[in-house]
Design a protein. Sequence first.
Length: 416
Amino acid sequence: MPRLTKTLIEGTKPGDRLIELRDETLRGFHVRVWPGGAKTYHLYYRNNANKERRVKIARCDEMVPDRAREIARDMLEKVRRGEDPAAARQTTRSAPAGETFPQAVEDYITREQKGRKGNATADEVRRTLLAEGKPWKKRTLQEITAADIRKRLEQIRDGDPEKKLKPRPYLANRTFSYLQTFFSWCAEPGIEKVPASPMLGLRRPWDGEESRDRVFTDDEIRALWRTANEMAADPRMPTGRAAGAFLKLLLLTGKRRGKVSAMRRDEVDETWLWTPPRDARRKKGNKRAHAIPLPGLAQRILAGLPAREDNPYYFPGRHKASHLDAGSPLIDEIRARSGIQDFIFHACRHTVETRMAGLKVSSDVRDLLLDHAPKRGSGKDYDHHLYYEEMAEALEAWADAVARIVTETEGVGVLR
């Protein structure tokens, strides 16, 4: 049997009996293909008493083969030290756990989302897990069952008229993904907050989700710009000025909302070159967050935001030293004011990419501006040109196009 790969595992069809796939590169590492269609990673080994043992690692749809193989190697190292992973897993399964769901989420965000992955969206993941997992805030992890999770996801998907909750099917799918990753981490060797993920076997709560290929029309761009001005001028909205400027910067740059909302004043130099922060642990920076020369229109918007001694961000949040929370409440506010009921922040990126293509901006420059992985093949590793002039020209051309769109019927004042 060759090395276990994703292609090999997915290509193995279930039969009438259990099928065992063995990995030739790591002795004892197997995949079991069950007649019902489930596929699971396992490790076979012999403990100190020379008894053959088997321990389940994870479902194949939860983890790529390389990660499962890495976990299997860690288990084999424990065996060499005289430990018995299967017995330890059984002990963990039978031991009571007092850690509550919110406590485990905080640990997960610190150690996994920020510590291991360095995800810019860690705060959004935390907010979603805690907000949608409110029914479990006083419950321990081991008390949360698959039935509990299914019930909660269906409630998010379908809404609850008695509690005046509207249907949120997209949020249900996003919550499902966050919970799946969270509980898989909780069940990992060395973490072992739960003996196994209660998400095993659960499917996404909604199959109607469409790909996010939304591109705003000229009328919608005008509506969003007008919405930004309305929020900035609304005294009832404490963060309205920051929210309005933030929305305009998303439309002008196409950068990810997490990067824009957390834009610090010390990240923009005197030439208006914005350099998003880098993760010092990475040799090549932070997940393709490229520096960009901000166009004149963006410069004027940022220059109009007053600096605060107690806050380093261009878009301050409600709390001291915090940045704007670009989450669901702001999305709802923009939808209500603009009339664009399917507005999402990610559509700003699709719009910038598509409209720049229409302006004949090369795909290489667009990839840099939107922090996409370049599609040039091996040549990308040898090209160290910064493309600042090309990016500046592209951003100015797009900003000019936006200015023409929003002033076409609204007048010059809309650019304030």
